[in-house]
Ligand binder design. Structure first.
Ligand SMILES: Cc1cc2nc3c(=O)[nH]c(=O)nc-3n(C[C@H](O)[C@H](O)[C@H](O)COP(=O)(O)OP(=O)(O)OC[C@H]3O[C@@H](n4cnc5c(N)ncnc54)[C@H](O)[C@@H]3O)c2cc1C
Length: 403
């Protein structure tokens, strides 16, 4: 092995990378997290901290502190279809400390984790540092990364948590299974009207589907449309887009007048994929870099955080005792791949059975679809989607040690 300057080098300061940084530093290891941006303030991030993740903070004794960050709480979901509000998921009965989704800007969550991690002497966060390639030792083991400024940073283990466009997964040449998604998303915000009710997760209409995320002062809107059709929608003009939004969510008609230019509307190309291998000697890939999740259910952050928890559960204690992590990396993959596959299968099912037909549909929706009507009518059934969204499918508690 080349000489390592740190035990663990994490590339990417998103939810997966920051949570891994916190847990490994808490276990007494030296950890450096590289984040290519200067801050966490990017709009293009998910904002939902689900009960499964809140439970982890509870286990770390940090939940009360986390919940001091301004947030709103969502313990049930409703959608509007054919003018009717349908209740479709309920989390109030989950057996956890916080049975609701805390809606807080992801940059607040990441800053919070960074602050908590910096309590530990082994933790270092290097902003504005971009990894561009992997570095190998003479035995072809990954021994660190190269950065855009030409530095070589060495560590006993590199964790690639650099998101769905991961450079490191590409450099490692891991095979990818592309599952595909039938939609892309326009992402924009409008000021929140004072009389906004706030409990509506989405509005469904023929060919269109929009989700509104309440961020306190404003609403973050995600408008789903058929994949590859962004240019066609743009060519029809911003007025037509605005008019279409107004018919989709009439309560926000005035607010949509704020959308005057396409520069206010960003596009998210939705991906659903996973690596067939997550590791090689000296390297582990986690989070969206290992498995880009569809926005369905808003579970991406929480699945990414779970990867970090499993990685720390498996590796922290042995590495703190000076053991080589290589033989343990497959264990992490095996523990995580099933929950990831199951969640992606649920997302694919929702994409194929619901989103794709909806986006292709021209005729008006006369009444809510049968599964929605059943959920709306039978409260106990709403606990099932509530549990899947809130707790994920196969989660781990924190078992990594505190030094
Ligand atoms: C528009 C949108 C809405 C979403 N909504 C939700 C939602 O409501 N709820 C939810 O749970 N999930 C949502 N998601 C998904 C969620 O944001 C991701 O699943 C989650 O952030 C994945 O976490 P991660 O840490 O694996 O990757 P990321 O959050 O992508 O973090 C990767 C980090 O690595 C950094 N980075 C990348 N390359 C390098 C490099 N070479 N060197 C150094 N740093 C690098 C990036 O700047 C980034 O900070 C949404 C995603 C998008 C795009």
């Amino acid at each position: 092995m080349n000489e390592a300057s740190t035990d663990i080098l994490i590339v990417g300061g998103g939810p997966a990378g920051m949570m891994a940084g916190l847990l490994f530093a808490r276990a007494g290891l030296t950890v450096t997290v590289l984040e290519k941006h200067a801050d966490f303030l990017r709009d293009f991030r998910g904002d939902t901290v689900h009960p499964s993740t809140l439970e982890l903070f509870h286990q770390l004794g940090l939940l009360d502190e986390l919940l001091k960050i301004p947030h709103s709480r969502l313990d049930s979901f409703s959608v509007r279809v054919a003018g009717r509000i349908m209740r479709i998921a309920d989390m109030q009965h989950l057996p956890v400390a916080a049975p609701y989704i805390a809606m807080m800007p992801q940059w607040d969550l990441l800053n919070f984790i960074a602050t908590q991690a910096s309590v530990y002497p082994g933790f270092e966060l290097r902003m504005k540092t971009e990894a561009t390639d992997l570095d190998y030792d003479s035995e072809d083991r990954v021994s660190g990364v190269l950065t855009s400024s030409g530095e070589i940073l060495r560590s006993k283990l590199v964790i690639a948590a650099d998101g769905r466009r991961s450079v490191l997964r590409e450099k490692a040449e891991f095979p990818i299974e592309n599952i595909g998604a039938p939609m892309d998303v326009f992402w924009f915000r409008v000021d929140k009207p004072h009389d906004y009710a706030g409990d509506l997760a989405g509005t469904i209409s023929a060919g269109r589907f929009m989700v509104m995320i309440d961020r306190g002062e404003y609403l973050q809107c995600a408008y789903l449309f058929a994949k590859g059709k962004a240019d066609a929608v743009r060519q029809e003009g911003i007025e037509k887009f605005r008019a279409s939004l107004k018919t989709l969510v009439p309560d926000l008609a005035n607010a949509f007048d704020q959308i005057e230019d396409w520069a206010q509307v960003k596009i998210l190309e939705v991906s659903l994929d996973r690596l067939l291998r997550w590791h090689r000697p000296g390297l582990l890939v986690i989070g969206d870099a290992a498995h880009a999740m569809s926005p369905i259910g808003g579970v991406g952050i929480n699945v990414a955080v779970q990867d970090a928890v499993t990685a720390a559960n498996v590796l922290a204690a042995p590495m703190a005792q000076g053991k080589n992590p290589d033989m343990l990396l497959e264990q992490i993959y095996r523990r995580r791949i099933k929950p990831v596959k199951r969640m992606q299968a649920v997302q694919k099912l929702a994409q194929d059975r619901f989103i794709a037909p909806l986006l292709a549909r021209n005729e008006a929706i006369e009444k809510p679809f049968l599964p929605l009507r059943i959920l709306n009518r039978v409260p106990v059934l709403r606990r099932i989607p509530g549990a899947v969204i809130g707790m994920g499918l196969g989660r781990e508690d924190i078992q990594s040690p505190k030094a």
